[in-house]
Design a protein around this ligand. Sequence first.
Ligand SMILES: Nc1ncnc2c1ncn2[C@@H]1O[C@H](COP(=O)(O)OP(=O)(O)O)[C@@H](O)[C@H]1O
Ligand SMILES: [Mg+2]
Length: 185
Amino acid sequence: MKRIKAIYPGSFDPPTNGHLDLIERGSKIFDELVVAILRNPEKDPLFSVADRRKMLEAMTAGFDNVSVDTFDGLTVDYALRVEARVILRGIRAISDYEYELQMALMNRKLQPGLETVFMMPAEKYSYLSSRLVREVAQLGGSIECLVPDLVAQKLREKMDVAHKFANGEQPLPSETKIRTRKKRS
Ligand SMILES: Nc1ncnc2c1ncn2[C@@H]1O[C@H](COP(=O)(O)OP(=O)(O)O)[C@@H](O)[C@H]1O
Ligand SMILES: [Mg+2]
């Protein structure tokens, strides 16, 4: 039987329990799954690619057939390079559908041999996005059930550093590349 390798591309800024749910589902139906972080110079990410990679590697350490990689350029070119036949994407709500459909059809036009496969996360993650997690964390809300513990910890560290900056304290040398938040009046 043919072995089927899939890539799961995305920003993962930060990875959430919704991403993890999809990875788990994907790992059950594909022989091999590569979580592929897009190195997108246009976006201004909260976490560096190296940080996101570390978090995803820790989150997926328990899955034998899942690995983590980074890429730039066209997703279809990357898929071809690593000899994947499937692009895995998640659909949470109708709102995802239009954009995802457009992208899947464009990717098919670029590379007809590649299939995009959509999976739905557990219902409890259907409202969860990295953007919301970032916003809630930045405003001091609890993100405990939305991301794995190690990601929550990383987010807290980021927010602490941002807070220090906002209060005019000297950050540690390691505390670079963070977003600052204006001090509340
Ligand atoms: N909570 C979630 N449940 C299921 N799929 C999700 C969830 N959050 C994101 N995804 C899916 O994971 C993929 C990567 O998402 P994301 O990290 O936001 O990167 P992108 O910048 O490509 O949208 C997308 O297919 C997205 O729909
Ligand atoms: Mg997204």
